[in-house]
Design a protein around this ligand. Structure first.
Ligand code: ADP
Ligand code: ASP
Ligand code: MG
Length: 446
């Protein structure tokens, strides 16, 4: 023990009911008793924010974004007060802080605002008197004096921003799983818990759909060198540390597999194959603030018309269809098809930079299960494919096995260990080369 300064963030399931709030308060009390200076950040009770979002949509799909933020930020006002009370009732001096009271200053992008500055002097002053600060996550205040929210899952970002502002030694994210796994442990039962993961990999995993941390929170932690730990509020075991690349001893080639169901596929049938056509299609979408992600354009058979397929966020599907249908005459395509029943599955690893054959293994594993790949996109450290969402579980589990990530419960052990078979020399096709790299020796035979 000693006087460390820490931020403890409790997610929705960790404050889902009064007994959970009391259990979280015990974790805070333990740190205070050890002599730490503690700032607590809370989410809304799980389910609350979804309910609030639904209500705003029921009133009007085209509602005022500033009023949306007034409504959806309300869940955190409840838990922040209850948490302060729970702490007081076990003898811990604590007070609640709403975003505007800190203030947590953001830009004016309502619904997905970015934090610009955190004025945490008062909180730090009160640490000296032994007071715990309990801050509402997810919310802030813009220059126009209106409440903002930080996008779904934004309490992680509130916690990291506060940790950076008070120069905390650590930021602990308490949630319903005991760390960051090689894949979503709720779907891939053989997922393996990581002791450590690099900021870069976690950033990629988060932006590709692993919602255990909000993408922006990882970005902030990386830029401000905040020591992040993801751990369980249900089980007292060490969690996963998010660290610099130098702090990882043994780097694996594939570190994780993420999925995102928040994608929809758009196909434009028979688009005229002229120069400038891509610009004239994606221009209007970008003007409508619709983010186009994966894109594939087929070769035209007759040199005149081609099919163009791309993905947009599922929530933007209706708007995308509207924009495109409105521009059909000018763009000259034959038909537009929208398909929400897709999932994006991504294999992530910084080690991919220096190793070939990683993509091949993905394609082969999916082919073996008869899963059709609709779109592919790659970057230096990830490969993503779009497949029918009916295959979400099968694809995730098969890939997890194919990359040798599966865990087995070791005999006489209390922790998960890896089940990677011996090196094999029987490999398929041109992927053979990858097995000569020393770090590949732990991969299973295909
Ligand atoms: P909280 O309400 O505490 O913020 P979230 O639901 O936002 O919790 O995030 C935790 C969830 O993230 C887990 O229950 C798990 O299903 C999901 N998840 C997705 N990918 C991963 C991963 N790679 N490792 C751990 N959890 C993951
Ligand atoms: N309550 C907010 C949400 O559900 C923020 C969070 O939980 O991180 O998105
Ligand atoms: Mg979350």
């Amino acid at each position: 023990a000693g006087r460390a300064r820490i931020v403890q963030k409790f997610g929705g399931t960790s404050v889902a009911a009064i007994d959970r709030i009391k259990a979280a308060a015990q974790l805070v009390e333990r740190a205070v008793a050890a002599g730490d200076e503690v700032a607590v950040v809370v989410s809304a009770m799980s389910g609350t924010t979804n309910q609030l979002v639904d209500w705003t949509r029921d009133v009007s799909p085209m509602h005022d974004a500033r009023e949306y933020d007034v409504v959806v930020s309300a869940g955190e006002q409840i838990t922040v007060g209850l948490m302060a009370m729970a702490l007081q009732s076990i003898g811990v001096d604590a007070r609640s802080w709403l975003g505007w009271q800190i203030p947590m200053e953001t830009d004016e992008m309502h619904g997905r605002a970015r934090i610009q500055d955190v004025k945490a002097d008062e909180i730090v002053k009160r640490f000296a008197h032994g007071q715990v600060a309990v801050m509402a996550g997810f919310q802030g205040i813009a220059a126009d004096n209106r409440i903002t929210t930080l996008g779904r899952g934004g309490s992680d970002t509130s916690a990291v921003a506060l940790a950076a502002a008070i120069k905390a030694d650590r930021c602990d994210i308490y949630t319903d799983v005991d760390g960051i796994y090689t894949s979503d442990p709720r779907i891939v039962t053989r997922a393996r818990k990581r002791d450590r993961i690099t900021y870069e990999e976690m950033l990629e995993m988060a932006s590709l759909g692993a919602k255990v941390l909000q993408t922006r929170s990882v970005e902030l932690a990386m830029n401000h060198r905040v020591r992040l730990q993801v751990r369980s509020s249900f089980k007292d075991v060490p969690g996963t540390l998010v660290v610099d690349e130098e702090e990882i001893v043994e780097q694996e080639i594939v570190s994780g597999i993420a999925h995102s169901g928040n994608e929809a596929k758009i196909t434009l049938v028979r688009v005229p194959d002229n120069p400038g056509i891509a610009a004239s299609i994606f221009g209007p979408l970008s003007e409508a603030s619709i983010n186009v992600d994966m894109i594939v354009q087929n070769v035209s058979e007759d040199g005149r018309a081609t099919d163009l397929t791309f993905t947009v966020p599922k929530d933007d599907l209706a708007r995308t269809m509207e924009v495109l249908e409105g521009a059909q005459e000018t763009l000259g395509f034959e038909r537009v098809i929208g398909d929400p029943d897709v999932v994006k599955i991504s294999v992530v690893g910084v080690g991919m930079r220096s190793h070939a054959g990683v993509a091949m293994r993905m394609f082969q594993a999916l082919a073996d299960k008869g899963i059709n790949i609709q779109v592919i996109s790659t970057s230096e450290i990830k490969i993503s494919v779009l497949v029918s969402d009916a295959y979400t579980e099968l694809a995730l589990r098969s890939l997890h096995t194919a990359y040798g990530l599966d865990a087995v419960y070791g005999r006489g052990r209390t922790e998960w260990t890896s089940s990677r078979p011996q090196r094999s020399s029987t490999v398929y096709g041109h992927a053979a080369g990858i097995f000569s790299a020393p770090s590949m020796q732990s991969w299973p035979a295909p």
